[in-house]
Design a protein around this ligand. Structure first.
Ligand SMILES: [Zn+2]
Ligand SMILES: [Zn+2]
Length: 618
């Protein structure tokens, strides 16, 4: 077993204290396991009573008592027979006997005791319970024994603990912030997207406002791609099974794909013969029956575009990009808002190049990512380089090629001045890769997309170009989807900005607030002018007080409000109230405001301080 770090020891000890408190309050509790986690700890327990939030408070109070008692953690070792007897004597046989069986023959069997509580455990722990200075129980969730849904469902009590009260307070504050920023909550409140059972789990319905954000982002990325020399293409969402058999995506990954769609003729023929479902499935895999696959990847389509014409080395690199929609069968338990879905659109591209061109192409990919991250104020990101495991033989391609590709990834990461880590064994079997991990304004990390070098698919599809020697050569392929998918990326952005999007991305950029009905004409005139300037604007037509209108615009997170009174109308002026600057930004001519707006949008200016701008709405 890996030794625990000091903070893990605190957290794990806390789970013993939790179990001890539970047994004091609910002596019939059966304990399973209580390991530390990345940010805290949990204990899986079985009891008839369904634990409530009030119970957590009572358990916490009991835990405080145990900590105050300053119990010592004492280790004892014993034989397997003694261990069985001990588990029975404390009445914990439901799970602990099975856990005892997990301990391999020859390894020490140990118990830890603090106060009256004794638990089968390998350790390690703090010396005394008073070492636990700051903890909190967070929630209760269902969890199956050993993670298997065929087993009994237990109650998992989550908690967290830190070395100091301050660190705990910071973490709890971060959790609060995360809750307020939750993209599922904001997505509903700001009318950005919808998931409907009638359509299917994990399928995103982009509503008008969310679609605007996505379109602006795509336009921005698309413009960068154009300047970087990409061909931007459109290809269908389904393709023949055979195509995905050639690429290797089917049937090897069939568990994570939607099942194939059987071709009409094959289906009719099989129905006539009363073929069983199992036989049909087999025939689809063997190619005896024909079918289509909802594509799990865009690569085969782009490969066919590359291969549709001959290439000279002078044409390379060929860069083919598409916002390509793919479908994967994620387990329903894994689905989560926009960040884990079953249908999503990758910001995908495939680059076909020579070995020599690899470094420059990888560099180009990273450059593009950096431009987009910088523009969105996600300056804190790191890259993870997945290298091959030198001791494994599962990789295709020549070692010398791998060395070159790995060096190219490293060099590109270095030239970016980004933090990077190298992780041997994390490469795909077909080539090394880079993953992007961004940190948002409240310090959470999000893994987005990747850049991967691939030696296999060019081989499988027998791709070639004519070299300077007039011979055929195999190109190298790069897959890159730096933001992963538009769904995930927009989900992350919603949380990053807490819904306060920079004006260029905001679904509604300006709202007009006429003080009374007589000012409707003036509002209509301005609305028309703003629309002509391609600004997304609406007018609040309700008759309630100005304060209510301002509040409504704030809730909708509209970056700029124009307050229109009689005087403004007479002088062709507007009173501006901006999100960044809560106080009135003063009265100015409409033309001056329009000029500032256009400048803010064109320069893609960020909200002055996302963290501050958000805290009020949180
Ligand atoms: Zn323990
Ligand atoms: Zn690909």
């Amino acid at each position: 077993m890996k030794a625990m770090t000091p903070i893990e020891e605190i957290r794990h000890s806390c789970s013993h204290v939790l179990a001890a408190a539970l047994l004091r309050l609910f002596p019939e509790t059966q304990l399973d396991v209580g390991p530390p986690t990345d940010n805290g700890f949990y204990y899986d327990v079985d009891l008839d009573r369904k634990l409530t939030a009030e119970d957590l408070i009572a358990i916490e109070a009991e835990m405080q008592k145990i900590i105050k008692e300053n119990q010592k953690f004492e280790r004892t070792e014993c034989s397997r027979e003694e261990a069985v007897a001990r588990i029975k004597s404390i009445g914990q046989e439901r799970f602990k006997l099975g856990r005892l069986d997990d301990i391999p023959e020859g390894e020490p069997i140990s118990f830890y005791q603090n106060g009256e509580f004794i638990d089968l455990c390998a350790g390690s722990h703090v010396g005394y319970t008073k070492k636990i200075k700051a903890f909190k129980l967070l929630s209760i969730a269902g969890a199956y024994h050993r993670g298997d849904e065929k087993n009994r469902q237990l109650q998992r009590i989550y908690g967290t603990a830190f070395a100091s009260k301050q660190e705990l307070a910071d973490y709890l504050e971060q959790l609060e912030q995360a809750k307020a920023r939750d993209h599922r909550k904001l997505g509903r409140e700001l009318k950005l997207f919808h998931i409907d059972e009638a359509v299917g789990q994990g399928m995103i319905l982009w509503k008008g406002r969310g679609a605007t954000i996505r379109r602006e982002l795509q336009d921005f990325i698309s413009e960068e791609l154009r300047m970087a020399g990409y061909d931007q293409v459109f290809t269908p969402h389904i393709g023949k099974l055979e195509l995905f058999q050639t690429s290797g995506h089917f049937p090897y990954y069939k568990d994570s794909q939607f099942p194939p769609i059987v071709e009409r003729e094959s289906l009719d023929a099989m129905a006539a013969k009363n073929t069983s479902c199992a036989a049909l499935s087999e025939q689809l895999e063997s190619g005896e029956a024909n079918g289509f696959l909802l594509r799990p990847m865009n690569c085969p389509m782009h490969i066919k575009i590359f291969d549709s014409e001959p290439h000279s080395y002078r044409d390379l690199p060929v860069r083919i990009a598409e916002f390509g929609t793919v479908y994967r069968w994620e387990q329903s338990g894994e689905l989560n808002g926009m960040t884990r879905v079953r249908g999503f659109t990758q910001d995908d591209a495939h680059i076909f190049c020579t070995e020599e061109q690899l470094p420059a192409e990888i560099h180009g990919c990273l450059d593009l990512v950096k431009t987009v991250f910088d523009t969105l104020g996600m300056e804190d990101f790191r890259v993870r380089i997945g290298l091959r495991d030198p001791d494994s033989s599962k990789y295709v391609g020549e070692p010398a090629e791998w060395d070159k590709a790995e060096d190219a990834l490293r060099a590109a990461a270095r030239s970016l001045n980004a933090n990077f880590t190298e992780e041997p064994g994390e490469a795909a079997f077909y080539g090394p890769k880079i993953d992007f991990v961004v940190k948002d304004v409240i310090g959470r990390e999000w893994q987005l997309g990747t850049v991967q070098v691939d030696y296999t698919l060019p081989e499988r599809f027998n791709l070639s170009y004519i070299g300077p020697d007039n011979e055929k050569h195999r190109p190298v392929m790069i897959h890159r989807a730096p933001f992963g998918s538009m769904e995930r990326f927009v989900g992350v952005l919603i949380e990053h900005f807490a819904g306060n999007f920079p004006t260029w991305l905001a679904p509604e950029q300006v709202r007009l607030l006429p003080m009374n009905d007589e000012l409707r004409d003036y509002a209509a005139k301005l609305e028309k002018k703003l629309k002509a300037a391609k600004i997304r604007v609406s007018t609040d037509r309700y008759t309630d007080k100005l304060g209510a209108k301002i509040r409504r615009a704030e809730l909708d997170k509209v970056p700029h409000m124009l307050i229109l009174g009689g005087r403004e109308a007479e002088e062709n002026k507007v009173s501006v109230r901006s999100r960044a600057n809560k106080a009135l930004d003063g009265t100015k001519t409409f033309e001056a405001f329009l000029g500032e707006m256009l400048d803010e949008i064109a320069s893609k200016r960020l909200p002055d301080s996302p963290a501050q701008a958000n805290s009020k709405s949180a």
